[in-house]
Design a binder for this molecule. Structure first.
Ligand code: V1P
Ligand code: CA
Ligand code: ZN
Length: 397
């Protein structure tokens, strides 16, 4: 069985429902739930499932989703279909390109596709279940690669995200945990999660992302955006944003990540951590612009795991499916402590093996040094670290 054994002294749970994979956003849409099929094929063919407790996740109920989202938005998601959407909202039919974003954020980024609500409730149910396993201590690290949809707002879909499973999971964690640290390594800003917990000192949100207000989605998350400005607001300084330029490499990212996350943990003292592992921060991503390799991305998971806190690991973006699968399989191996045991050569019997042919059937293709050179200077990195230190020094412990 590839020498994979259960981790000693802690439990990892894997929350998944294969029904998620079968949903389609549309031919030209970059979000491909099928990347989860590829991820699963690697996890299973390496035998990593034998080291985890696997749970077939159930759909979150409308009431569970309404713990964060507005009732009328949840109702809308639950009844909208590609067939009835134009009847319900004729104003959506604005032209040949599709529909405008006026209604609950629906549009080209967030289309109404067949089975939409089933898709949303399944990925959300998996995150809620995972959080509950952490709360009742049946799990120490809980994984949901189908979750991590960080842009969804209370009553609005945004950036391929409809239901914010991360917010729902954190709300579960807050029932048992006084303080939750949220870390987001997707190339995009985790704006939905940030907004949901903007005014509380019980959740610290830390997002690393490409920032260019004019041109890069969603255009929020500058260094200076640190929570409400009013001195009496408990959320003041509990938001941390790490805005980056194109092309950041493994070495600078790891250095920055550790020098930001370490003081957050030391000062905030979370009792649980949620890590969003969006794989669009890898080099060669269809939408991303960073230069990270699978190992560089995975280092963030290793580093956070090292603190030994209850940990919820979720997916997120990632638009070159074969590399998403590689990254999340590697990160699963880190969670179960098997990363040094895995053969970097993909197993011969991996289903969909052909998808990995281009880079030569390895778990660790070279993804750096493509179009983008590193536009982040040493001075940029040091300035961010200093800003975060200064910001954290205002928090009383
Ligand atoms: O740039 C935009 C909007 C559309 N314009 C009016 C501005 N949208 C982006 C959305 C990116 C979402 C990322 C989600 C995540 O953080 C979490 C799952 O990874 C966008 C892009 C782009 N290049 O940024 N939408 C699309 N591309 C798109 C392309 C083809 C079809 C549909 C959407
Ligand atoms: Ca991010
Ligand atoms: Zn993203």
């Amino acid at each position: 069985n590839n020498g994979i054994t259960r981790p000693k002294g802690y439990t990892v749970s894997w929350h998944y429902n294969p029904e998620v994979e079968g949903h389609h956003f549309g031919q030209t849409h970059p979000m491909k739930p099928w990347r989860l099929t590829l991820t699963k094929s690697l996890v299973l063919s390496y035998g990593m499932h034998t080291a985890m407790d696997s749970y077939l996740s159930r759909a979150a109920t409308k009431d569970e989703i309404a713990e964060f989202h507005k009732d009328d938005y949840v109702d809308f998601l639950s009844i909208a279909t590609p067939q009835n959407i134009y009847e319900m909202y004729p104003e959506l039919a604005t032209g040949p390109q599709g529909y405008s974003s006026a209604i609950y954020g629906v549009g080209d980024d967030c289309p109404i596709f067949d089975g939409l609500f089933r898709y949303c409730s399944l990925y959300a149910g998996a995150s809620v279940d995972a959080a509950r396993k952490l709360c009742n201590k049946q799990s120490d690290i809980a994984i949901n690669w189908s979750g991590g949809l960080h842009h969804a707002k209370k009553a609005e879909a945004s950036g391929f995200c409809y239901v914010n499973d991360i917010v729902l999971a954190i709300l579960q964690l807050l029932r048992h945990h006084p303080r939750v640290l949220y870390i987001d390594i997707d190339v995009h800003h985790g704006d939905g999660v940030e907004q949901a917990f903007w005014s509380t000192d019980r959740v610290m949100c830390v997002s690393f992302h490409k920032y260019d207000r004019e041109v890069f989605f969603p255009g929020t998350g500058p260094l200076e955006s640190t929570g409400p400005l009013h001195p009496d607001n408990p959320g003041k300084n509990f938001t941390i944003n790490v805005p980056l330029n194109d092309g950041i490499d493994d070495e600078s990212y790891a250095y920055l990540f550790q020098n930001v996350v370490d003081p957050c943990i030391k000062i905030f003292q979370p009792t649980a951590v949620v890590l969003q592992c969006g794989a669009d921060s890898l080099g060669h991503d269809r939408l991303g612009c960073f230069n990270l390799n699978i190992r560089g991305h995975g280092q963030c998971v290793s580093y956070v795991k090292g603190f030994g806190l209850p940990l919820l690991v979720v997916g997120g973006g990632g638009y070159t499916p074969r590399n998403v699968a590689r990254a999340w399989a590697h990160e699963t191996s880190i969670c179960i402590g098997a990363d040094s045991t895995l053969n970097p050569e993909l197993p011969d019997h991996t289903p969909y093996r052909d998808a990995f042919r281009r880079e030569g059937f390895t778990l660790f293709p070279n993804l750096s040094g493509w179009r983008k050179e590193n536009m982040n200077t040493k001075a940029d990195i040091e300035r961010i670290i200093k800003h975060v230190r200064d910001q954290l020094s205002t928090i009383r412990t």
